[in-house]
Design a protein around this ligand. Sequence first.
Ligand SMILES: *Cc1c(COP(=O)(O)O)cnc(C)c1O
Length: 368
Amino acid sequence: MSGAARLERRPDLHALRGYHSPQLDVEVRLNTNESPYPPPPAFVRAWLDALSQVPLNRYPDRGAHALRTALAHMLGRTSGEVFCANGSNEVLQTLLLAFGGPGRRALLFEPTYTLHAHVARLTGTSVAAVSRADDFTLDPDVVGESIRRLSPQIVFLCSPNNPSGTVDDPAVAQAALDALAAGSPGLLVVDEAYGEFARSSALTLRSDALVVVRTYSKVWSLAALRLGYCVAPEWVVAEMEDVALPYHLDAATQAAGLLALNYVPEMEARVAELMEERERLFVTLNETSGITVFPSGANFLLFRVDEDGHEVWGSLADRGVLIRDFSGQPGLEGCVRVTVGTRSENDAFLTALGEALAEAGTREDGRS
Ligand SMILES: *Cc1c(COP(=O)(O)O)cnc(C)c1O
């Protein structure tokens, strides 16, 4: 080995850790909010047919025109108001590349999706975090006041919020837009990765400073595809196009995103089924002693256990049910999150949880 020193990473990223969601090889995986259902077989066949027609020697349509036009049609917008990328995570990264960066600030309301702060830091954007209330709701006055005080260029909202499931009152986004309009220029970015599971959406608001981000990863059962999009004013989309890498969205992904839109009723049926299961899980957890479950407008439920959250998580994993442990994170003490699965997966989760809580209770008794 040569004695030459290795190049260190960018100094401003010195303390940054990669974004990870722990995976274990277990039977029931309810930890990353994917759909438990595959997309319709007819969709997969149509996609494979379309793929066989793709001229692979040519670059894909750089502007993803067919896909954007179809999404715009579905949403009642123009194609110039839609930007598509490899997952909504790349949409967020592109937004921050264009509008964040050194000397600029992103505001977010924690606990929330940690990727927002992560992508901000990656792009050299400073992060200001304000706490949500103990029940994870957001007060419109707090949002407006925070914006006036911190003058952020980017304000993140997440509704339904991951990991709490909280759906913001429509007044929250409006308060943010009002505060931005009254202060120095900024954008409101509403992450609606779970928007189709909720009853309200920021898409009903109209503003020259509003970006609504959605994804194919959850409701469309296409997490493996990596496709997300945002609905934004045309001037915002134009700026994003300037900073996105050329041909970033491959032909296979564009074709899948377009064809998936022919299966809206199937998507809505899956969403309705998961919402029913969410209600069933909520009622059961709500009746379970030693648990506080939070209302959710998404395909997951966050709950706090009186016992040690990490131990309960591990005890479930030992029983072949993987959920997500948030108990070590600030503001989420004792909390774990379960993704709504199929009926039988949810039953397996409830059984395992009952056993895990009983076991934890026994241990507790033994100690006292
Ligand atoms: C799952 C999730 C996403 C999805 O990201 P993709 O890159 O589209 O898979 C985005 N935002 C939130 C809040 C999520 O929970």
